[in-house]
Ligand binder design. Structure first.
Ligand SMILES: Nc1ncnc2c1ncn2[C@@H]1O[C@H](COP(=O)(O)OP(=O)(O)O)[C@@H](O)[C@H]1O
Ligand SMILES: [Mg+2]
Length: 401
């Protein structure tokens, strides 16, 4: 028998064997692609592991099929610390699509009689863009804007002037008043300006739930400039698709029973990363089962422990004892998987068998936990846990102890 590889792909940015659901997100994206004049850009946001990166990747061929060009990358922290770095990043990305176009330049005449100015076509490479950038006087934002306008002129001549600039992990963008660096504001100003003058350059930003509040904090008009899609859990049916469809191929030696499918879906809570993780483990367990007559093994306990070590333990280890107590209180709140308030945490601490937390103390600690990426504050001042299924993990830790 040919070796059939385990098809599941738990891991950041790994394309799943079957990307389940997301029809409404595709419809919304298609609608943005149909804009004549760009009035709305896109923010695609959600918790870690919910599927932002892979969805963004599937947006690309869709946009190209609709006649758009596409460029962009991951915004690692270093690319986003200064205006200069971000501008350079954008130039590099832009060069990928402009280097297929040419610009006519005139060479100065050489010395001596008979030599005349000659014209030739050169591709619009990074160096050409860089020259436009360097030759534009003014602020970094002026320079960047003029390069983008320059590119737009040539793209119009080439008849595909519509371009998507897609940036993943955009929550890394931040203004820094202390250092007088405002890369985030620059990005918004530059694109808003270009879009006002009728240039069809569309921004697609992907990132953790802190992203959109950050944009609005930098520029209040960001509120109107972006359509926000909050990527959530998969429905039960979608979860089952994600679990079963990868096995629906002719030479797959493994089929999950309905019981297994339901157990996996239930354990994963609709979170794509957990679906991939659990499926990969169950697949291996089933493949290794020696007696096909016995019921299918679903080693949920063992998988859970592995997931705890691989996914949760690192983040938990960085929390102090008092922070853990606070998180434990939160994990007991009824609405903890949606959102919660400082008052609810304070009230719970009065009931619990621990040293009470005051409101200002909770406020401070939540700010620290937000810095550690364990919680985040939404636009309406409520808090949510920033790691999917964290509450259940905390409950397990405490019930084990
Ligand atoms: N719609 C989906 N159906 C099935 N698996 C998915 C889906 N979306 C994401 N995944 C899987 O979930 C994991 C996390 O996806 P990723 O795009 O890296 O999330 P994020 O960027 O939001 O952190 C990956 O293993 C990916 O294969
Ligand atoms: Mg990602």
């Amino acid at each position: 028998m040919a070796i059939f590889k385990n098809p599941y792909r738990p891991g950041a940015g790994h394309m799943p064997p079957h990307l389940a659901g997301r029809e409404t997100e595709y419809a919304e994206f298609d609608r943005l692609l149909r804009q004549e004049e760009i009035l709305e850009n896109l923010v695609l946001t959600g918790l870690r592991g919910v599927g932002k990166t892979v969805l963004l990747e599937t947006f690309k061929p869709r946009a190209i099929a609709a006649g758009w060009l596409w460029c962009g990358t991951d915004l690692s922290e270093s690319a986003s610390v200064s205006e200069r770095n971000l501008a350079e990043r954008i130039l590099t990305d832009l060069a990928v699509i402009t280097s297929g176009l040419t610009v006519r330049i005139t060479d100065a005449p050489g010395v001596g009689f008979g030599s005349e100015a000659t014209e030739r076509d050169v591709p619009i490479t990074y160096d050409v863009l860089r020259r436009v950038f360097d030759n534009t006087p003014g602020l970094t934002s002026d320079k960047l804007k003029s390069v983008l306008r320059f590119a737009a002129d040539y793209l119009i001549a080439g008849e595909t002037p519509r371009v998507i600039f897609a940036y993943d992990e955009a929550q890394n963008l931040a203004d820094n008043a202390g250092k007088e660096e405002f890369p985030l504001s620059m990005l918004l100003d530059v694109f808003a300006g270009l879009q006002r003058s009728g240039i069809s350059f569309l921004l697609v930003l992907t990132g953790l739930p802190t992203l959109f509040p950050k944009l609005v904090e930098a520029r209040t008009y960001a509120e109107r400039m972006f359509r926000v899609i909050m990527l959530g859990r998969l429905s039960e049916g979608e979860s089952e698709d994600a679990i079963k469809k990868p096995l629906d191929v002719a030479d797959c030696p493994v089929r999950f029973t309905e019981l297994s499918v339901r157990a996996i879906a239930n354990e994963a809570g609709g979170y794509p990363y957990f679906i991939q993780f659990i499926c990969r483990e169950v697949f291996d367990a089933v493949l290794q089962q020696s007696d096909p007559e016995r019921p299918q093994p679903i080693p949920i306990g063992a998988i859970q422990r592995k997931l705890d070590t691989d996914f949760f333990a690192g983040r938990w280890a960085r929390a102090t004892d008092r922070q853990r107590e606070l998180l434990y209180l939160i994990s007991g709140l009824e609405q903890c998987d949606e959102e919660f308030t400082i008052q609810e945490v304070v009230a719970a601490s009065k009931q619990a068998d621990i040293k009470e937390f005051s409101a200002s103390h909770v406020n401070q600690m939540l700010a620290a936990l937000a810095g550690q990426g364990l919680v985040y504050k939404n636009r309406f001042g409520k808090y949510s846990l920033a790691v999917p299924l964290l509450s259940q993990f905390i409950q397990r830790v405490y019930s084990d102890a």
